[in-house]
Design a protein around this ligand. Structure first.
Ligand code: NCD
Length: 326
């Protein structure tokens, strides 16, 4: 496997590279915690987050700690770094490097910012790596890795043989998670059911890639139509902030309308395959009501009947990724 340095886009991964990371994640999951403590010894990694985060931030932070490194959190970076005084992204990144950070994990509200940050490092501090923890409505490659890792754990043979049908549901245009997931799944030749409002489709360049690779796909706004054929579902919330609607002015009516069409109902659940998998990068708003958690097909969080947890997989996956990069 070529050396991984920056992680910017799902484009950098193929099944072979991803599976090396998944295998490492499995080893780490089963390892004695003490044996992991020196992997990031003396490494300082800045968590530079412009946008809010629960899972991505916590799992990276905890992954660094468990591997013996030092996480340096800069949360709400737009306010708590000098960005508020007018500092440019490039200068913030160069500052992290000059202060001897070994890596930067960055979440930013602008699409393309991860690439700009990585290019800045390439010029001024080529040893420092940049991990994209979400750039606006661009991509979220580490969420993609943990999503595919979860599928690999649960349906390995079918995934590898291109025998799965996956539904990507909700905000296909603006969900960075679904952008990265779609790019990865087409490399696995997964049949895709793309379910969204017309006009809220995947970006044209990703659809072009799906067509170029001759992936079997359908796009529909009818969530029930193909339910009996779907092996896994990835739901998303309505990405209001990407549509110019401030999250502070939360729009319950917009969200409810969205969830009625692109969320789970009793009816939909009854039509799904008995062994379907229900994934969601979280946060969920109303697309997946809490009562669904009792269903053993729900694996976004560990449940009473099911210990598989996409969230927990995120920790092991990110530990593996950090180990491989460093
Ligand atoms: C996602 C994100 O930030 O893009 N969350 C996450 O990282 N697990 C999904 C979202 O915000 O809808």
């Amino acid at each position: 496997m070529a050396k991984l340095h920056h992680v910017i886009s799902a484009d950098q991964f193929n099944p072979e590279i991803s599976e090396k990371i998944f295998e490492e994640a499995e080893r780490i999951r089963g390892a004695d915690e003490n044996s992991l403590k020196d992997i990031l010894k003396n490494k300082s990694i800045v968590l530079l987050f412009w946008e809010s985060s629960t899972r991505t931030f916590l799992s990276f932070y905890n992954a660094i700690l468990k591997l013996g490194g030092f996480p340096i959190p800069i949360l709400n970076a737009g306010k708590f770094s000098s960005a508020i005084k007018g500092e440019s992204l490039k200068d913030t990144i160069r500052t992290c490097a000059d202060l001897k950070a070994d890596g930067i994990i960055m979440r930013h509200d602008k699409e393309g910012s991860a690439k700009v940050a990585a290019e800045t490092l390439d010029i001024y501090a080529p040893k420092v790596c940049l991990l994209n923890a979400g750039d606006g409505k661009g991509e979220h490659p580490t969420q993609m890795l943990l999503d595919v890792y979860t599928l690999w754990r649960m349906k390995k043979e079918e995934l590898k043989k291109g025998k799965l049908t996956g539904a990507l549901v909700g905000d296909l245009r603006d969900s960075r998670v679904l952008h990265s997931d779609a790019k990865a799944l087409l490399k696995y030749k997964t049949r895709l059911i793309l379910i969204s409002e017309k006009g809220n489709d995947l970006p044209p360049e990703i659809t072009a890639e799906i067509k170029k690779e001759k992936i079997d796909y359908v796009r529909t706004d009818d969530i029930e139509k193909f339910a009996q054929e779907v092996d896994f579902w990835i739901f998303t919330r309505l990405q209001l902030e990407r549509k110019g609607i401030s999250l502070k002015n939360f729009r319950p009516q917009l969200q409810s309308k969205f969830s009625q069409k692109f969320g789970i109902t009793k009816e939909l659940l009854s039509k799904m395959k008995k062994d379907a998998l229900l994934l969601h990068p979280l946060p969920r708003v109303e697309e997946i009501p809490e009562w669904v958690d009792e269903d053993k097909r729900a694996i976004y969080l560990s449940g009473k009947e099911n210990s598989e947890s996409q969230v927990a997989n995120g920790l092991y996956l990110r530990m593996a990724l950090l180990k491989i990069i460093f």
